[in-house]
Design a protein. Structure first.
Length: 273
């Protein structure tokens, strides 16, 4: 039965069923993008007016900068809010190689996240962090994540479900590599979402990361993954996207992005409900 957490019905009707993972998502209007975000983050956002995202304190942010035909590099380096939905996130699918430079969820409009979670370089994030216990039965590892938007609560729910998986999954889950870390993404100047306290890297032992490998003769990186779908599905059910869905894969990485997972979160992981 469908759970009634996080998302309003209007967001569900807009349809988050994944398109073919090798192509761009069907273009969304600024209004559709805004409504998905309002449904995902109701504590902060109140609506959409005139192509702008309206915050509860009256602040407005343009959703679309009007620039068309951005390259994948431009989407990462110079995104607007709408660009975060450039690719449809394929929740619930098996781990198949993403299309060339297809990175659903890797595009982030930083001012949006800074306004909700704080800018860690200015000391705005640390006061919002709380400690949780990762896999309290098996690992009892402690680390900090943000309480904002219920992230800590959601990650605790993930942890409880993962704790009940058979022992064969343990090596993928602990010791976890970490959560909060105020830093930039490796090889870039872009802030990592670890600095917002909304991401977790699970165990390194079976992890794969595109920067650890060399491209083939065609200049492309070969997709590698060992993380079981059972683990991925539990994270996605609670609003966390997986870095293994990216061409620039980071298979240990999960981050809280419910705006990309509306149908999955609403239905407790059942994308057909």
């Amino acid at each position: 039965m469908c759970a009634t957490i996080v998302f309003a019905a209007a967001a569900l009707l807009s349809g988050l069923v994944a398109a073919a993972p090798s192509t761009l998502a069907e273009p969304l209007s600024a209004e559709a993008v805004g409504h998905r975000l309002v449904a995902a983050y109701p504590e902060f956002l109140s609506g959409v007016e005139g192509g702008q995202l309206v915050w509860k304190d009256g602040t407005r942010m343009p959703i679309d900068d009007g620039l068309q035909g951005k390259s994948p590099a431009d989407l990462l380096e110079h995104p607007d809010i709408k660009d975060m939905f450039a690719w449809t996130y394929p929740a619930g699918r098996s781990a198949t190689p993403p299309g060339f430079e297809v990175d659903p969820g890797r595009v982030r409009y930083q001012p949006l996240f800074d306004r909700m979670y704080g800018d860690c370089t200015k000391g705005e994030t640390s006061t919002k962090l709380i400690e949780i216990v990762w896999l309290p039965k098996k690992a009892r590892q402690r680390f900090k994540v943000t309480r904002i938007n219920g992230v800590a609560e959601r990650l605790e729910a993930v942890s409880r479900e993962l704790d009940e998986l058979p022992a064969k999954f343990d090596a993928y889950l602990f010791p976890a590599a970490g959560t909060y870390n105020c830093r930039v993404i490796a090889g870039t100047k872009r802030p990592s979402v670890h600095g917002a306290g909304i991401a977790v890297d699970i165990a390194l032992k079976h992890a794969h990361y595109w920067r650890w490998n060399k491209p083939g003769a065609d200049g492309r990186y070969r997709f590698r993954n060992s993380i079981p779908q059972e683990i991925v599905g539990i994270f996605e059910k609670h609003g966390f996207i997986w870095g293994g869905r990216w061409y620039h894969y980071d298979t240990m990485h999960f981050e809280y992005r419910p705006e990309l997972l509306g149908k999955t979160v609403e239905c407790g992981g059942d994308t057909k409900c």
